[in-house]
Design a binder for this molecule. Sequence first.
Ligand code: FPP
Length: 249
Amino acid sequence: MPNIYPKFTDAELKELSLIRDALPRHVGVIMDGNGRWAKKRLLPRSAGHRAGMEALRGIVRFSHSVGIDALTVYAFSTENWRRPRSEIDALFSLLEEYFHKEIDELDANGVRIRIIGDKTAFEGKLKQILETAEGRTANNNGLCFNIALNYGSRAEIVHAVNSLIESGAKAGEVTEEMLDRRLYTSGLPELDLIVRTAGEQRLSNFLLWQCAYAEFVFTSTLFPDLSPEIYTECLREYAGRTRRFGKVL
Ligand code: FPP
């Protein structure tokens, strides 16, 4: 029987010093530092990615439990193809393993999986696994779990613009909503928070359009060490900020 993730009550959230109304609806995570985590332990980089996968399981489960609506993680960027072939292969085989092991549990918990990015690069078994995961969970209405694969935000925007042109949109008539509807994240709640691990403070071509009003929380924790407790600290930091959306309060 798959594990059923608990849904925290208001009292349980309070114990974590979290308030339901001050939680982000949509969180983006730039999972950085797997390589450094492995290096510190004299392990191969692939061991760092495996440890990252374990951390991700905890973050998905916890996001569901606290009641976050959408979680978007940066798993493989369009620039990541420049890594050694052996590391790319290790990452994709981890991804296959992840879906193989987790899909029943994710589905049983109502998680909806969406792969965002240019999927034309994937073929064979991996393509089939990704399509099955998306298809099988498409009608679920729990946490929207979006995995950015072969993703680059500029390419996403260019793709949306081309799609607008193809649809016959006329100059001067294009609105933000029209473009937004053609992004891979269409239909998801507005991005509220981006967390980046491992001390780096840049976006690296992740959700550039979507982060217009998002808060940023940077933690020095390496991604494999991002426990639910440290993630909770990031959520608390978010909750403590006042979001003005350009208005004078
Ligand atoms: C960045 O760390 C991390 C990645 C490029 C990959 C993220 C992948 C995972 C967490 C593993 C599995 C993912 C899924 C969706 C199952 P880095 O290698 O750039 O670290 P470094 O900067 O310390 O070298």
